[in-house]
Design a protein around this ligand. Structure first.
Ligand code: SF4
Length: 369
């Protein structure tokens, strides 16, 4: 089944590492943006150029930006409209990204009303000094309070984002974050390595910070993977860990090259092999900007690259069926070399990255394809 992504490009402040399309907006703009989202969901006027008018889905993801800066009424309007339009079954996974600093207390009744059943919290670290370095305002106590609030209200499918490579982060401080995560009994963790993007505050003020170097960051990643696996999380994707049965159904569609429709400024779609997106321009979206065709997606290289992000890896027989003999032969020839170095598991028909391989995934995948 398909997935739907709705982008909310608003945040109350800008984090020093962020290069996403997000900014603080005015109330009037927010209202007009929600109206434009609802209109596009109802009519599929623009995405309909590439997607069928009847598009059924079983996952909905409200991402950003910070969707939790919106009012409960607006969130409900968007979700209700999407559920109706995309004929979403009651078992659908409906996720919203939230900042723990947001007015979650006020939003929870609306989450329950419209059926939001998964919350992804941008925690980043349980160490308050690290959170402050990342421009995050809420403290560890607040994060624990939000998790308890969600659980007390029946939303126990909670994902925490944590970051590796934060300025001044050490193995000891990461252990503090991991202990916190594990003690909170959440179902899912996304652990991202901090990348300093051009033009961000971290990029232009590098000298002010003590960033862990590449080796130290690798150690942090290994520590993270080991601690979470010891706590019964499965490392099901390079950056993602879940208690069995709580893998992100929506994000899995991206890695499995399934269809997803993105609505809103800066939202990307992949439908029936075609990629298209809305420009990063809220006013443009409100004023009816069309989607931009971004070429055909889902070619063989992309298929291999995405499959190898997953713990379950790549089935060579399947690859052969879809893309023919040549790529399968190439992989079969190259894989034993990586196996010798302990970077991949390979039995002749199945290829997956080892833990060590996950750390070097970009170069291994580049070599293989
Ligand atoms: S909350 Fe997320 S989207 Fe908003 S500025 Fe921070 S990193 Fe960027």
């Amino acid at each position: 089944m398909n997935g739907i992504y709705i982008h909310i490009p608003f945040c109350n402040s800008k984090c020093p590492y962020c290069d996403f399309y997000s900014y603080r907006c005015k109330e009037d703009e927010r209202r007009r943006y929600v109206d434009a989202l609802i209109d596009e969901i109802k009519t599929l006027r623009r995405v309909g150029e590439f997607a069928p008018k009847t598009f059924e889905a079983d996952t909905l993801y409200l991402g950003g930006g910070t969707p939790s800066v919106m009012s409960g009424e607006d969130i409900c309007r968007i979700v209700e409209e999407a559920k109706l339009k995309f004929n979403m079954p009651p078992t659908s996974e409906i996720t919203i990204e939230c900042n723990p600093n947001s007015h979650i207390e006020d939003l929870i009744p609306y989450f329950k009303k419209c059926g939001i059943n998964r919350v992804s919290l941008g925690m980043q670290s349980a160490v308050d000094t690290e959170r402050r370095a990342l421009g995050r305002q809420s403290d560890k106590k607040r994060i624990a309070e939000v998790i308890k609030l969600l659980k007390d209200n029946g939303i126990d499918n909670i994902s925490l984002d944590i970051m590796l490579g934060i300025p001044s982060q050490t193995k000891e401080s990461l252990k503090e974050t991991l202990d916190f995560v594990i003690n909170c009994n959440v179902k899912h963790v996304s652990a991202y390595i901090l990348k300093i993007e051009d033009g961000t505050f971290f990029d232009t003020h590098r000298e002010r910070y003590l960033f862990p170097d590449e080796n130290e960051t690798c150690d942090l990643y290994s520590l993270c993977a080991e601690a979470l696996e010891n706590a019964d999380f499965t490392h099901y994707e390079i950056s993602n860990f879940a208690i069995e049965g709580y893998e992100s159904r929506h994000n899995t569609k991206y890695w499995e090259l399934e269809n997803y429709l993105g609505i809103g400024a800066a939202a990307h779609s992949f439908v029936d092999g075609k990629r298209f997106y809305f420009e990063s321009d809220t006013e443009g979206f409100i004023n009816g900007n069309k989607v931009i065709f971004d070429g055909n997606g889902g070619d063989c290289d992309e298929y291999i690259m995405l499959k190898l992000r997953l713990k379950k890896g790549l089935d060579i027989g399947e690859l052969k069926k879809i893309y023919g003999e040549a790529p399968a032969e190439k992989i079969t020839k190259k894989a034993p070399l990586f196996k010798e170095q302990g970077l991949v598991n390979f039995d002749g028909n199945h290829l997956s990255l080892t833990k060590k391989g996950f750390l070097l995934s970009n170069s291994i995948i580049a070599e293989l394809i």
